[in-house]
Design a protein. Sequence first.
Length: 378
Amino acid sequence: MKAGQLFARSIDILKAYQASTGAFPAAPDYPPYNYFWLRDGTFIAHALDLVGEREAAGGFYRFGARTIIAHGYKVERAVAAVTRGQPIDDTNCLHTRYTLTGEEGREPWGNFQLDGYGTFLWGLAAHLRAGGPWEDVYWRAVKLVVRYLTGLWQHPCLDCWEEYGEYRHPSTLAAIYGGLKAILPWLEDEGRRTGCHDDGREPKGEQYPGRLALKVEDVLEKLPELARREFIRDDHWVKFAGQDAVDANLLWLGVPFGLCSLDDPVFAATVARIEDELCAGGVKRYAADTYYGGGQWLLLTAWLAWYYRLQGEGDRARELLVWVEARADTNGYLPEQVPENLTSEAHYQYWLERWGPIAKPLLWSHAMYIIAVKGMEV
Ligand code: BGC
């Protein structure tokens, strides 16, 4: 499909599948993904913000905020569990995905993933900066998420691919960092506004914005140092501590979450490894991936293009986007991944039999395509 066509079609697809609640299903025609994920949903809403679809994006953020508030009673449970050294499980964590009406899912999948909550804060801040109106529902959700992330950020959890829950992950830390940093100005504003009681004393509650702002500043100071210490090996970032492999989600450290500057030599060396080890036309998640055989992901290919656009390397960006465009079907639908350059043919067959053909359309693929074409600013 030609570039202009796929761009317009992608916007239509995202809007067409938005539920009346404001939620976006990850992949409407693929039953296992007929849920709303904070991670996918935020990038979808961000893509719509970039093309001026403020109402649709606002509908998503309001729905996300209401869903967080509805399950917000878990935040104090989670913080208490971490403080007492007790495990985090489905009963005390905020889940990674919800039904399109905001209930927790019932599948036996891991639910404890922190990156989506950081991503949500990052996207919401971008929405507000772009002119989205500040609403009370945001404020209530932001306080909960900030309390949650500042309490749990050092805890191992599933990564953004819903795997390896016993580890910490640099991409997750990057999303937490990017989200907390982006939302900090709103916490500071509220802190100043509500700075004193009538009698001049500072309010003491944990939910007091000034207090939350201090917690955020503390995490923003400690997190980059911890991440560098734990996840840099030789000259590059690694997927998780103790081994050498890269994951394409390490791109997030630079774009958009700003844990590294794009010119940082360690980040540049990491991108070079991603190019060498994971990119052959399109981009794989990581070399040992076997989900649907470990094919090439459209959203990651667009992500790499986004990085090159920001670096002023338009030709390479264009090449990657042409690869994505060529994988749209006649309806203009983009899948999650394509079974090219597979790591394991046997696993591809296994997943086909288990869950059917690869998810398509995957709305996050469309979102990342729009962002890469349009998103010249982080
Ligand atoms: C991916 C997640 C994604 C979900 C829905 C999973 O297979 O690993 O990153 O959020 O699909 O698209």
